[in-house]
Design a protein around this ligand. Structure first.
Ligand code: NAD
Length: 340
């Protein structure tokens, strides 16, 4: 673990156990130079404890990069509660986790992530104030969708010479909280939608409400379109899948879309413009951070405009320096975090 902390330049790793509730949790703080470390809390089962710790450490680093590029005065952190087969009292478990968060005196602020819900955050809020995305604070997914929509327009501008989406064929993979709301924005902007979801009910709704064309999940990557918007699972861009793509750009909400950085070069060599995921999907983080700071909705909406600006800056650098947007995003984030 020390080697992973060193290679990711992590700052601290905190562990907690609570016999009464069965809590086994880790909080990884990647960097707090720009402000407190904000990042979600995963509640998942892991094959072993090392995998849970490694997940928290890697994800915390991603949060530092995302916050820095979104122009937020925050560092990056992430928590994992290791899910066991049986939990007697879920509310008590999350209250115990809240006490763990509180013991760090605001150096880490938690939020929803895979496996946790706003109701869990409400339980955490019983024992600490360093928590966001409670039921009272609203759904961050809608802000993620708004940010991705603005990012798709910036991507279209950079790759196709216009941010007018009317008549563009846009393939949305995954019609969940973010994907469905994104599809609605794209439909309102006049885009032709190709959609896939493993949940047939969501696809049917998109067909009825937006005239979307259904495509089987496994066929979507190879379907000709202008922009492919991954909004389902991670690691969707592998050397094999990128070879199949028939689009001008990839711009979507999913986290960790690239299976590795070489894939970013492969996208470049195929002439496919890639909008780095942690830049384009920062709308939810902007929402939770500013809501937590007590900012009004107008401030959140105007801060979302940073996403398109930052992407345009990244695309400009990438073109001038003949590097992939993913490599440029990483370089800019490190400059903001480490001041070099
Ligand atoms: P979600 O769980 O609400 O939706 C995911 C959707 O993808 C579901 O409808 C699911 O049925 C579908 N799906 C799963 N596998 C699929 C496949 N192989 N092909 C097609 N569809 C498939 O999740 P979400 O909150 O909408 O998030 C979507 C992605 O965006 C995730 O990768 C998430 O990590 C990322 N993200 C979300 C937010 C946010 O605010 N919710 C913020 C940043 C990043």
């Amino acid at each position: 673990m020390f080697a992973l902390m060193q290679s990711t330049r992590g700052e601290a790793l905190h562990l907690a156990v609570d016999a009464a509730t069965g809590l086994r949790a880790v909080i990884a703080i990647h960097n707090s130079d720009r402000g407190p470390a904000l990042g979600g809390c995963r509640y998942l089962a892991y094959p072993d404890d090392e995998s849970a710790l490694a997940d928290a450490i890697r994800l915390a680093r991603g949060m530092s990069y995302k916050a820095a590029l979104a122009g937020l005065p925050l560092g990056g952190g992430k928590a994992v509660i290791i899910r066991s087969a049986h939990v007697a009292d879920r509310a008590a478990l999350f209250e115990a986790f809240g006490r763990f968060v509180d013991s760090l005196d605001g150096r880490y602020i938690t939020a929803i992530e895979s496996g946790t819900s706003p109701a869990d955050m409400d339980c955490i809020a019983q024992t600490t104030r360093h928590v966001t995305s409670t039921t009272a604070s609203g759904d961050p997914s809608l802000h993620t969708a708004l940010g991705v929509f603005a990012g798709i327009r910036a991507t279209a501008m950079a790759r196709l010479g216009s941010d007018n989406l009317e008549g563009l064929r846009i393939a949305v993979q995954g019609l969940g909280s973010v994907g469905f709301a994104l599809a609605e924005h794209l439909h309102a902007a006049g885009a032709e939608l190709l959609v896939s979801d493993v949940d047939a009910g969501k696809v049917r709704l998109a067909m009825e409400q937006m005239g979307a064309h259904p495509v089987a999940s496994e066929a979507l990557l190879a379907t000709p379109c202008d922009i492919f918007a991954p909004c389902a699972t991670g690691s969707v861009l592998t050397s094999q899948s990128v070879a199949q793509l028939r689009c001008a750009a990839v711009a979507g909400a999913a986290n960790t879309q690239l299976s590795n950085l070489q894939v970013a070069d492969q996208l470049e060599s195929r002439g496919i413009l890639y909008a780095p995921d942690y830049v384009i999907n920062a709308g939810g983080l902007i929402h939770v951070a500013l809501t937590h700071a007590g900012e009004p909705l107008t401030a959140i909406t105007s801060h979302l405009a940073n996403i398109a600006k930052r992407l345009t800056e990244i695309f400009g650098h990438a073109q001038a320096e003949k590097r992939s947007p993913a490599a440029v995003a990483e370089m800019l984030a490190e400059r903001l975090i480490y001041g070099r």
